[in-house]
Write a protein that binds this ligand. Structure first.
Ligand SMILES: [Zn+2]
Length: 319
């Protein structure tokens, strides 16, 4: 092979390589062009600067606009969860959570709280025949359990223990009237005899504490002596007659039997009926009162006081 031939072959080979390269490059350029046309390819340098910058700004603007909406939605969701949680904790009546009203956030926040309060079991604890030396211990126990009672008191006992009486009022317990004599023959002798006893009791309470009570519990309850004629007269003077539906019989109890009895009666009582528990200011009752209070606490009872405005509970007249 001559040097000339080698030269021509080399040139030829170079030429082939050149065209082969050129063809391949043009094809790639075409691919890039079609990719750009089809918007499937983004030049990593040019497009980022020219296109993505405004896009980022737009996104930021959108985010700023969306933020309050998102926050509102988050707040609504949290509230919804809160309503669901609180409703879920209740094990009594099935109450559907109120639909969330967007315009009234205050109502939305208060609704679950009210539902919770309503669903606790209300109970009235009543203590008769005081005040006396034992009443202070009852007040201590009620205070310890953050509970309230209503005291139906005898007029002479109020005069004998004015400081205890004042403590009952000061600690926001309910106060009611139980008469003067606690004697069946004297109290139920006539309608006006009964009325006189309650009015005397009412005046003494007002004199010693400034409180005007219209709550009355007649000695040994309204049955069988407090007949229609008595009721009619008491109605004229706006007295509210209160009996009970849970008789502890604590006066007959030598140990904690009365607590067991009260618990048993509470469990039997119709759930639509608010329990009114009858107890007395006596040593044996105080001794086991913490056990009863513990039961009430564990079973989600809420003690409330009886007020003049409370719808009264009393025995039905048999005649
Ligand atoms: Zn009594």
């Amino acid at each position: 092979m001559t040097s000339k031939v080698r030269f021509v072959l080399t040139i030829g080979l170079l030429a082939i390589l050149y065209f082969a390269y050129k063809g391949s490059h043009e094809s790639k350029v075409q691919d890039v062009d079609s990719a750009i046309e089809a918007n499937t390819f983004v030049d990593p340098v040019k497009d980022e600067v020219e296109l993505e910058e405004p896009k980022e700004k737009t996104e930021e603007l959108q985010e700023e606009q969306e933020d309050p909406q998102e926050q509102q939605e988050d707040a609504q969701q949290t509230e919804q969860n809160s309503i669901e949680e609180q409703t879920g904790q209740e094990d009594q009546k099935e109450i559907e959570p109120e639909p969330v009203a967007e315009e009234e956030p205050i109502t939305k926040e208060e609704a679950p709280k009210i539902e919770t309060e309503d669903q606790r079991k209300i109970i009235y604890l009543t203590f008769d025949d005081g005040p006396n030396a034992v009443t202070e211990k009852i007040l201590d126990i009620l205070k310890e359990y953050d509970a309230k009672g209503t005291f139906f008191m005898l007029e002479p006992a109020m005069r004998n223990h004015p400081e205890t009486l004042k403590r009952i009022v000061k600690e926001n317990h309910g106060v009611g009237l139980h008469g003067v004599t606690h004697d069946v023959k004297a109290f139920y002798r006539t309608e006006h005899a009964a009325l006189d006893e309650m009015q005397t009791c009412q005046q003494t309470l007002k004199e010693l504490t400034g409180v005007e009570s219209y709550l009355v519990r007649t000695p040994y309850g309204s049955m069988p002596y407090f007949k229609q004629t008595f009721r009619a007269l008491f109605d004229q003077y706006n007295f509210k007659l209160w009996d009970w539906n849970v008789d502890s019989r604590d006066w007959a109890s030598t140990g904690d039997e009365y607590v067991k009895r009260v618990i048993s009666l509470l469990e039997e009582l119709d759930s639509s009926c608010t329990p009114v528990v009858l107890m007395h200011d006596r040593e044996g009752t105080v001794a086991h009162l913490p056990a009863l209070m513990q039961y009430l606490k564990e079973n989600h009872y809420q003690t409330k006081i009886i007020e003049n405005s409370t719808e009264p509970y009393h025995f039905k007249l048999s005649q």
